[in-house]
Write a protein that binds this ligand. Structure first.
Ligand code: SF4
Ligand code: SF4
Length: 295
């Protein structure tokens, strides 16, 4: 496709070592997530804030939170034991960009100890217009943005509120700010050689009739792949009584959307502190003794 042709060489080279963006890489390379981002700046109705962000992570277990310095030394420990470690991702447990100073510091520390590492970030996209230029400057080529809708009215059913520039917004106004920033951020990143993966949480009765429109829109803006994920209702969230999205409905939607854009099907919705190959989480080995006692 014209979009794929424009992908710069450096981005392609990094993608070949990224187990999530490249299907061929997922059984060769390992990734680790560093949980340095505890805060969030929006409130999704499927989130209960006790669990890792559903942007990228399965609800169920809270990850430890690390300081950038602790994250940097954990990276060194893990790399010694897992030589095929190629990717470091920052995926929560909140939003990578709602904790941008910590996220940025972590990336800089790791880049100083190993310039070959491929980084990825996942975010709800609210702060992308503010930080996308820095993301590009840092050389990050893989960003995941969760875009559940492109219509603020549908968004008002998904997002309870948005904290933006010191104010709290609700309803359609909140959704409009979030969606505008997501779409502007995707556009900027795609134009600057970043591969953008868009996660979409499929919620029956909320956005399931609208997912094809989301895929079409983000493709127009330059997204590389979409990852349609099931809603896994979290206890204590507004959507706790919703039913989990059936696998059959999910796969049918992926098949439909595949005609528009490449679909990711091997995402494991890893924890914010996942370590190792995609199908073999080794994070318990690397948790601190205190953390082991808690989980
Ligand atoms: Fe929770 Fe949504 Fe924030 Fe992720 S982006 S931590 S799911 S409120
Ligand atoms: Fe890859 Fe999905 Fe796991 Fe992220 S959550 S590391 S995209 S498999």
């Amino acid at each position: 496709s014209p979009v794929t042709k424009k992908i710069p060489r450096e981005t392609l080279e990094k993608t070949e070592r990224h187990p999530c963006y490249s299907f061929g890489a997922h059984h060769k390379f390992a990734r680790m997530h560093l949980p340095v981002a505890p805060q969030c700046n929006i409130s999704c109705n499927y989130c209960n804030r006790k669990y890792d962000c559903t942007n990228e992570s399965r609800p169920g277990v809270t990850s430890e939170v690390l300081s950038p310095v602790a994250a940097g030394s954990k990276f060194i420990r893990v790399r010694e034991k897992i030589p095929n470690l190629s990717v470091v991702g920052i995926a929560g447990p909140g939003d990578a960009l709602a904790n941008w100073p910590e996220t940025r510091k972590t990336i800089e520390l790791i880049q100083a100890s190993d310039p070959e590492v491929v980084f990825c970030l996942s975010t709800n996209g609210l702060m992308l217009p503010a930080y996308a230029p820095e993301i590009v400057e840092l050389g990050i080529k893989h960003v995941t943005v969760t875009v559940n809708c492109v219509d603020p009215e549908i968004g008002s059913k998904i997002y309870r509120h948005v904290f933006y520039q010191g104010r709290k917004y609700k309803g359609i106004e909140a959704a409009r700010i979030l969606l505008e920033n997501q779409l502007a951020g995707i556009t900027y990143l795609a134009r600057h050689g970043v591969l953008v993966k868009v996660n979409i949480v499929m919620m029956i009765g909320v956005n399931d009739g609208h997912i094809q429109a989301v895929v079409k829109r983000v493709k127009e803006l330059g997204a590389f792949i979409t990852n349609i994920m099931p809603l896994i209702p979290a206890q204590g969230s507004v959507f706790e009584n919703f039913s989990q999205t059936p696998v059959k409905a999910l796969n049918e939607m992926r098949d439909l959307c595949q005609e528009e854009l490449q679909q990711m099907r091997h995402c494991q919705q890893c924890r914010a502190d996942a370590i190792g190959m995609l199908y073999d989480d080794r994070s318990p080995e690397f948790r601190s003794p205190v953390e082991k006692g808690r989980t």
